[in-house]
Design a binder for this molecule. Structure first.
Ligand code: ATP
Ligand code: MG
Length: 432
């Protein structure tokens, strides 16, 4: 977005006009050079947070301790952060101490990857002390300084390395890969929310299959804080050691399709991230319950947990059935799971080119009813017609009616439904 970039530069100029130094930095510079869409703008400046606050009408003290102020201008917000150095990462996650500095190069040195450690000035100059532009041209993920040291400081960077490699379709340099292998146990020090945010971005990004390849081959996931379901771990470990050469730690630096990927290669053709998760888990042979456990370990919302694991469950249900029973099995699955999940399943299956998705789509369109609310009779009408006091029996009868109508055994008309209900109750009464 050109105007976002230009307005960011206006903020830089205003800081400069007040005697400070300022630059656009980090992800926006990287994405601008790559010609990718910008989603937010970060600005680094020699001005202190107090000086930034004094300069703009509307600000938020987002992270004063670390020097960050959010500036709101023209309906947008910009993170403005004072040039700083970071020291002493005793928890392998955060600096114990930060110090404000005067030179943008010192600020760039604390950043994770060379392509994230560039600054763009108001005169159009690029400050690039670590070869970020070279890395972009070569298509490699390289750390600022020693990879091993940088991952030891902050274990989250291992996931960020994999996220950028997969998102940008870049190669992870050997020393960077070695750094991940060396420090992977430290992933247990990272909060699950952060692991989840990174992993979820990878799945939603442009290289979910590469992300999974790196995550599994590196053995990182074994070390996350919460225990992941056993079936998931086993599948990930199987993938990790599949075709492993003797120097197994080197395997996986470069993403190649070795043919053992299952449906990983098809993930990018699915557009909804939840559907990608479901396809991934199904493809790995993780069942509904374990999928639900994994999603909960990742702190996904209840709605996402139900959606993802529900789709996995549908796959399981449908796979169990013989071909000649597919229609029946599909109708029962739709009744059990509802229209919305059925439509999700169709979207996922279309992308995966699942064998009978076109038939299933047709069958769904032809179903006269999908939910009890589609029936042309209400519970109170049943109770009045049959002269029976309302009770749990109503739901049971409605469920039976739903199934009969869905299978075309009873038309969806009030009189026919009341008659069918009467028969159902007689039968139930007769067998009592
Ligand atoms: P995106 O926003 O596309 O995820 P980004 O590079 O902008 O990518 P942010 O998390 O927004 O990532 O961080 C902004 C910048 O801050 C990064 O470009 C990098 O320079 C620096 N940075 C972020 N996280 C870390 C980290 N864990 N270690 C070192 N530097 C980091
Ligand atoms: Mg960003």
């Amino acid at each position: 977005d050109e105007s976002l970039w230009m307005e960011g530069l206006d903020i830089v100029r205003k800081l400069e006009a007040s005697g400070h130094r300022a630059y656009l930095v980090g992800g926006c510079v990287r994405d601008r050079l790559l010609g990718r869409a910008l989603h937010d703008i970060d600005i680094a400046t020699s001005a202190t947070p107090d000086e930034v606050i004094a300069l703009y009408a509307r600000t938020l003290p987002t992270g004063l301790k670390h020097g960050t102020v959010t500036v709101m201008e023209g309906g947008r917000s910009y993170e403005v952060t004072t040039f700083r150095q970071e020291f002493g990462f005793t928890d392998s996650r955060r600096p114990d101490q930060v110090a404000f500095v005067q030179d943008v190069r010192e600020d760039l040195a604390r950043r994770d990857f060379t392509f994230n450690a560039m600054a763009f000035g108001s005169a159009g100059e690029i400050v690039d002390p670590f070869g970020g532009q070279d890395a972009l041209r070569a298509g490699v993920v390289d750390c600022v300084g020693e990879a091993s040291e940088r991952f030891g400081e902050d274990a989250l960077r291992m996931l960020r390395a994999i996220r950028f490699a997969s998102e940008l379709d870049f190669m992870i340099l050997p020393e960077v890969w070695q750094g991940i292998i060396e420090h992977r146990p430290k992933l247990s020090l990272v909060a699950m929310e952060r692991v989840s945010a990174e992993w979820d971005k990878m799945i939603a990004g442009s290289g979910p299959e590469q992300a999974c390849h790196y995550l599994f081959k590196s053995g990182l996931l074994v070390h996350v804080k919460d225990t992941l379901p056993e079936t998931f771990r086993q599948a990930a470990e199987r993938y990790r050691f599949n075709g492993m050469p003797a120097e197994w730690d080197k395997w996986g630096m470069d993403f190649t399709d070795d043919g053992s990927m299952g449906n990983l290669m098809q993930l990018p053709s699915i557009s909804d991230p939840d559907l990608r998760w479901a396809a991934l888990l199904s493809g790995m042979g993780v069942n509904e319950e374990d999928s639900s456990d994994l999603c909960r370990a990742l702190r996904f919302s209840a709605r996402r947990v139900a959606r993802i694991s529900g789709l996995v469950g549908m796959n399981e249900q449908l796979k169990l059935n013989e071909e000649d029973e597919l229609w029946e099995s599909w109708v029962l699955t739709v009744l059990a799971r509802g229209r919305s999940l059925a439509e999700d399943w169709l979207a996922m299956s279309e992308a995966l080119e699942t064998e009978f998705w076109t038939e299933a789509k047709q069958w769904l369109e032809e179903m006269p009813v999908v939910a009890i609310s589609d029936l042309k009779v209400r519970g109170n009408e049943l109770s009045a017609y049959l002269g029976k006091a309302p009770g749990p029996w109503i739901t049971e009868v409605l469920k039976d009616l739903l199934e009969w109508v869905a299978f075309g055994e009873v038309p969806n008309e009030k009189q026919a439904l009341l008659k069918a209900a009467e028969n159902a109750c007689d039968e139930a009464g007769g067998t009592d």
